[in-house]
Design a protein around this ligand. Structure first.
Ligand SMILES: Nc1ncnc2c1ncn2[C@@H]1O[C@H](COP(=O)(O)OP(=O)(O)O)[C@@H](O)[C@H]1O
Ligand SMILES: O=C(O)C1=C[C@@H](OP(=O)(O)O)[C@@H](O)[C@H](O)C1
Ligand SMILES: [Mg+2]
Length: 169
């Protein structure tokens, strides 16, 4: 069994994914970290040296690899669902959960942790808010293809599990 967490930067995929995996006694895998290990480069380095398009190709390759792993919770990167066949792969090979957190909450979380995220690096609070709103509008249709949507500002791993169990039986 595989669980994929998707959603905007700052929605808590990495944080909640780790907690969820430990509850289930599954392995936890962060797609960004997996990618950094595979290519021996950090995400900001790849964006800077090779550009976003190259990053997206690497991200897709990594997703295809991890989609064969057993009993894992995968925290994806915020953009992963919006490129290539990634959303199809996740829906086909696991339970895909969209963490739907409102943009004000995202902005306040992301102000604290911008440096490792090349897409928002150096933005002022107002610019960040505007950027999140615009990008969320484009990304939402992809995110909403997830089999499960969990919304709120304080989503817990229990809530995610209950949803999957309740709807899946
Ligand atoms: N439920 C939460 N409540 C408050 N802050 C959170 C919550 N989940 C994550 N954060 C904080 O938000 C930031 C981004 O979380 P992270 O798990 O890295 O998100 P993602 O992987 O979706 O980008 C981190 O600083 C984290 O501590
Ligand atoms: O939203 C995006 O396009 C990205 C999100 C990041 O992951 P997080 O969502 O874990 O921050 C990381 O993959 C990269 O910086 C691009
Ligand atoms: Mg993350």
């Amino acid at each position: 069994m595989r669980i994929y967490l998707i959603g905007y930067m700052g929605s808590g995929k990495t944080t909640l994914g780790r907690e969820l995996a430990s509850k289930l006694r599954f392995s936890f895998l962060d797609l960004d970290k997996y990618l950094e290990k595979k290519y021996f480069k950090t995400i900001p380095q790849i964006f800077e040296e090779e550009g976003e398009a190259a990053f997206r190709l690497k991200e897709q390759a990594c997703l295809h690899e991890v989609s064969e792993f057993e009993d894992v919770v995968v925290a994806t990167g915020g953009g992963a669902p919006c490129f290539f066949d990634n959303m199809d792969v996740m829906n086909r090979t696991g339970y895909c959960v969209f963490l739907d957190v409102d943009s004000e909450e995202l902005a306040s979380r992301l102000m604290e942790s911008k440096t490792e995220r090349p897409l928002i690096k150096g933005k002022s609070p107002d610019e960040l808010m505007d950027f999140i709103d615009k990008m969320m509008e484009k990304r939402r249709p992809y995110y909403e293809r997830a089999s499960y949507i969990v919304s709120g500002t304080n989503i817990t791993p229990e809530e995610i599990l209950v949803r999957i169990e309740f709807e899946h039986g």
